[in-house]
Structure formats: structure tokens, C-alpha cells
Design a binder for this molecule. Structure first.
Ligand code: SAM
Length: 445
């Protein structure tokens, strides 16, 4: 293994695990902390990471195989200085609350092992953490991780991941996992995530004690930023040929063209509602009495309601609701979908959680509050707070594909949240927040 490393002497250092393209890292480097090593399974994400953080040693591959190299390289690069932060964002697909119903159904059908092997990636992560002994540990994951159980030993009983982390860290560390919404920290997005902060820093331990064990006291939350405030001033686009891009404004301010049918459904969807509730557009009828779409929770998952009418109950004309011609019966029927599909976001709330599917109109809550289109890539960058930082979407001087950008955004941690957390860790470690925990520091119980 290569043992060359950039000299980081005199600087605070971090190691990142499951780093993807390094979006969250923007919030670490903003605080003058050098990320000395990072790791990622997928080559294209690793390359994009390297473009943006050329000083960081990126280990591409499965962490089960790269962990020893990550440990050895980091020990070398640390040159006997401490590691300030270990930042780990394991993949969430195996834990996502969104996908629990689907995962359970797949497990029941025998298509997937009951325990998703991705949930066990915390094991190699803890091996790295134990060896590098960081001052602070920060995990980010979907809130579903709170109750996710894993088998640590082949024949052992499953344990909660969070309990496993705390046990592995041992009594030297204090901290816990907390579910918070990014919207409370200046990010224009209701993105609920489990943020777990642990520390062995006496200042940090005293801080936790003085604040009932939380790193996120409620008085630090800020007023949510609405979509209107975040993207209201961006030039309009329309998902029609010739009107779908404003590249003079920003090369990433563009959207897909919608086919005429979808365009019609979207055009008739009011702010905050879904196209499944669209009413009659026959000028001689215009009935607003057509039953609305109701989906049902059954067998642990949401099921679409096939009983929602697609023809106007008054005049019988086809409603502008998402429908298709069934290939078998040749009859028109409602497209399978849920209450959040083909839904326009409201202007005066933060955006709903961005996923890698944000460029698609059928994805959850992704229609622009007022214009006939989904969010542009540029708007997604704003909503994920990436435009507050500098990031280049290029590899070797060539722009990367929109698919890679969408994956990187959808799976990323908003850098503004990481910025907030890391700057707070630094202030606590520097003793700058002592007023709130002076007594605990000098009189530990
Ligand atoms: C939630 S994303 C990380 C997001 C990142 N922190 C950011 O802010 O952009 C998790 C990443 O872990 C990677 N991953 C999944 N399995 C892995 C494995 N076995 N070894 C290393 N990385 C893995 C995925 O490819 C994915 O990019």
C-alpha cells in the first residue's frame, strides 16, 4: 500500500467512511479540518470525491477489504497527533423507513435475506474507529437506524446498532443518537435523519451532562426556510421543449421535458396537492366533486387505491389524473402510485426530503410549487445547501452525468448541517461553550 501522505501537521484531522462524492465533507473542510482519508465503494463517486478533495486519500472498494489500509494510512498520516473526528455515513437502503414495507415483503417472498448485509457495515466502521480513537465520532443515517438490529456474531442474538456502537466505544465516550430535521438548522428541506454524536473529550462529556444528554438542545433550532425563500427568485422553467433549460443562469438549471399527457396532469395540479386528485377539466362540466385519492396501509406498506375514479362522476370525461392504458385489457386505468407521487410542493414550507429520484415527476413531492415541471438540478443543490459551498461536478475536466449528480445529492448529508455540528464540536473542545456546563466540568458526577 502507498504510504505517502500529505503533511497535515498542526491541523485538526478527520477520517470519513462511506464518503460517496464527499458532499457532507464540505461542512468539515469549511471548519479548517483536513479529511485525511475517505472510503467509498463506487468508483465514479470516488473519482468525483478526488476531484473536489485532491488532498484526501480516497480508498475505493468494499470497506471490509479496505479497512486495514484505511487504518494504516491514517495512523501514518496522523504522525502521532490525535484524530479529531471520525465521520461515518453508512448506506441507508437496508434501514430506510421508506423501504421497510418493501424490504419485509421481499424477505417474506424469499427474495432477500431477512437481515440486509448493508446494515452490518457498521462492524468494519467500528473496527476503524477503535483503532483510530477519535476525539469525536459522528454518524449520520436515516431515522430507521434507531431500531435496526444486526447480528454481530454469526450465532448470537441480534442487537440494536446504536447499542452496539455505544458498547464498542466503551465508557470513555459519552453521546447518543438523535433524530432531527434538517429544516431546523437552516436547510430548506424536511429531511429527518438520525445523527449520532459521541465524544471522549471531557469538555464534550460535560456538555452532554449539562444538556440532559443531548447535543441538539431545542433552543438552537432556527425558523424553517421555505421553498419560496430558497428558490422563489430562480428564473422560471417549463417542462416543454425549448423552455426546459436556462443554462445562461446556471448550467445545472434544467429539467426533463414531460410528455404531453404528464404535462396535462401536472398543469392541472394545484399547489400542495397531487395529480391523483385533479378534477374535471371539461369546460361544460368542471365538476369539483370527484372523489379524492385515498391510499391504504396494508400488510406493512402503502397500497394504491384502485377505486379512485378516473372518469368524471358528473360528465363521464377522462379526468386529468395519472392514468395509462392497461396492456392486457386495453382499458384505461389509474397508474399505481401513492399520495406523494405527482404532488406539487407548497411554497410556504421547506421542501420534502430529496432523494436520488428528484428529477422524476412521479417521485415523492417533487413538482415545483407553481411551474409545470420538477425541480431543476440547480434547485436541488440549493435545497441540499450545496450551493452555499464550492463543489465541482466534473471528472477530468468533463461534466459528470445527471444520474451521478442525482445519486450524490440524494444520498448526501446537507453540508450546512455538518458545518453546524462540526463547528459546535470545535467550540466545545476549545472550551468556548463552557458557560452552559462549567459546574459539570469541574465537578463530574
Ligand atoms: C449515505 S451515502 C454517503 C453520503 C456522503 N456522506 C455524502 O454526504 O455525500 C453511503 C455511501 O456508502 C457507500 N457504500 C455502500 N457500501 C459500501 C461498502 N461496502 N464499502 C464502502 N462504501 C460503501 C455507498 O456507495 C454510498 O455512496
Amino acid at each position: 500500500m502507498e504510504s505517502d501522505y500529505t503533511d497535515h501537521k498542526g491541523r485538526k484531522m478527520a477520517v470519513s467512511l462511506f464518503s460517496s462524492a464527499g458532499i457532507g465533507e464540505l461542512g468539515i473542510e469549511k471548519n479548517a479540518i483536513d479529511v485525511i482519508a475517505a472510503s467509498e465503494l463506487k468508483g465514479d463517486r470516488g473519482k468525483l470525491y478526488n476531484e473536489n478533495f485532491p488532498e484526501t486519500k480516497m480508498f475505493v472498494g468494499d470497506i471490509w477489504e479496505t479497512k486495514e489500509d484505511i487504518i494504516n494510512y491514517s495512523i501514518d498520516a496522523l504522525q502521532n497527533e490525535e484524530l479529531f473526528l471520525l465521520y461515518a455515513t453508512p448506506p441507508c437502503q437496508g434501514m430506510s423507513t421508506n423501504g421497510v414495507g418493501k424490504l419485509n415483503a421481499e424477505a417474506r417472498n424469499g427474495n432477500r435475506p431477512a437481515e440486509d448485509p448493508r446494515n452490518r457495515l457498521v462492524l468494519p466502521a467500528m473496527d476503524v474507529i477503535s483503532k483510530l480513537h477519535p476525539r469525536w465520532v459522528l454518524f449520520e443515517n436515516v431515522s430507521g437506524m434507531q431500531n435496526t438490529m444486526i447480528k454481530v456474531a454469526e450465532h448470537g442474538e441480534p442487537v440494536r446498532i446504536l447499542d452496539y456502537i455505544a458498547e464498542q466505544l466503551g465508557p470513555e465516550y459519552a453521546g447518543r443518537g438523535e433524530v432531527l430535521s434538517c429544516a431546523d438548522y437552516g436547510i430548506p428541506q424536511i429531511r429527518k435523519r438520525l445523527i449520532s454524536v459521541f465524544t471522549r473529550d471531557p469538555e464534550g462529556i460535560a456538555y452532554f451532562r449539562a444538556n440532559d444528554g443531548t447535543f441538539f438542545p431545542s433552543d438552537e433550532r432556527t425558523k424553517p426556510v421555505t421553498l419560496r425563500e430558497a428558490i422563489g427568485g430562480i428564473p422560471p422553467l417549463d417542462a416543454k421543449p425549448g423552455r426546459e433549460a436556462k443554462k445562461d443562469f446556471h448550467p445545472l438549471h434544467y429539467v426533463n421535458i414531460l410528455n404531453p399527457e404528464k404535462y396535462l396532469w401536472v398543469t392541472h395540479t394545484p399547489e400542495g396537492d397531487t395529480a391523483f386528485n385533479n378534477q374535471c377539466i371539461n369546460p361544460d362540466c368542471g365538476s369539483q366533486e370527484n372523489p379524492r385519492y385515498v391510499d391504504k396501509h396494508q400488510e406493512g406498506r402503502w397500497q394504491s387505491n384502485k377505486l379512485t375514479p378516473i372518469y368524471c362522476v358528473q360528465c363521464g370525461l377522462l379526468l386529468p389524473r395519472p392514468t395509462m392504458t392497461d396492456p392486457q385489457s386495453g382499458e384505461r386505468r389509474l397508474i399505481s402510485g401513492f399520495h406523494s407521487a405527482y404532488r406539487r410542493m407548497p411554497w410556504d414550507e421547506p421542501s420534502r426530503t430529496l432523494t436520488r429520484n428528484f428529477p422524476f415527476e412521479a417521485s415523492d413531492n417533487k413538482i415545483h410549487p407553481e411551474q409545470n415541471r420538477v425541480l431543476s438540478v440547480y434547485e436541488a443543490l440549493v435545497i441540499q445547501s450545496i450551493t452555499d459551498y464550492e463543489y465541482r461536478w466534473e471528472i477530468g475536466g468533463k461534466p459528470v452525468t445527471r444520474s451521478l449528480i442525482a445519486q450524490a445529492i440524494g444520498e448526501s448529508v446537507p453540508p450546512k448541517l455538518i458545518d453546524f455540528i462540526v463547528s459546535k464540536m470545535l467550540r466545545i473542545s476549545a472550551g468556548l461553550m463552557r458557560s452552559s456546563y462549567q459546574a459539570e466540568l469541574f465537578d463530574p458526577k
